[in-house]
Design a binder for this molecule. Sequence first.
Ligand code: NAD
Length: 293
Amino acid sequence: MKIGFIGLGIMGKPMVRNLLKAGHNVIVYDVVKANVDLMVEAGAEARDSSKAIAEECNTIITMLPNSPHVKTVIMGENGVLEGAKEGTIIIDMSSIAPLASQEVYAACAEKGIKLLDAPVSGGEPKAIDGTLSIMVGGDEDVFNQVYDILMTMGSSAVYCGSIGSGNTTKLANQVIVAVNIAALSEALMLAVKAGVDPNKVFAAIKGGLAGSTVMNAKAPMILDRNFNPGFRIDLHIKDLNNALETGHATGAPMLLTSAVQEMLETLHFDGCGSDDHSAIVKYYEKLANTIVS
Ligand code: NAD
């Protein structure tokens, strides 16, 4: 099948590789030419705009940083809507604000084009393995039509409800991950200050109730002082901003999220925006003037 793919960053590149591996003909576009060249080497074809992709492909996947990028690529000049035919399905796999998904869905609907919001969890390693968790909003019959394509990139694809539901689910995921990393950082600092080796603490508690996928992924990074992303602090700031905005719009109390957001903002202005989000521990390290290792 011919699939258009726009946005070839940390996540988009391995997702394209998995679509190619599954035998699809993938046509790609990104504003960064080096990313496009890598995908052409891997077997994809390239076009020079989102519009050109849409003129050829009935199924188009986008994997972009945030809401403004998705709006530009789909609704902007030389964008998907300028080239797409009625019946085209756009699967936006970026993590964006649910309200933005609803806005783009409405613009697509005017032209008879279908949009799903289908953000992912799992990060680069799971994008490479093709084992992402995919959470999907939009029309259920459209979800059923593209289920097999989603499963070439993920190990699960769950239909969550109407348009925006995928991104609301993703925001819930991002709140849980951020608060978990902050709790882990606080707890490991407590251990160090109280004179217990944090490596022993991790080894002792990871199999108990406090253990989690987040702990297993992030504690080793903290203890090795390896803050290479992974998932960048700046992207998590974007997600928590979207979560706070959604909380404010709907009346959901966001106390813990706003506390962690303040930590992330401080780290951003301290030059750590491109670090992995496990670098939340650095916030505690500055306060306590002590390194966790
Ligand atoms: P990234 O910044 O590495 O990649 C985004 C790509 O989009 C870049 O190659 C950029 O050049 C391209 N782009 C931006 N504007 C464009 C435009 N107008 N036209 C064409 N291309 C354009 O980001 P990423 O890490 O791949 O993340 C993509 C999305 O997936 C984000 O919403 C992120 O929150 C989400 N996500 C990331 C991870 C992760 O671990 N990196 C995990 C889960 C979800």
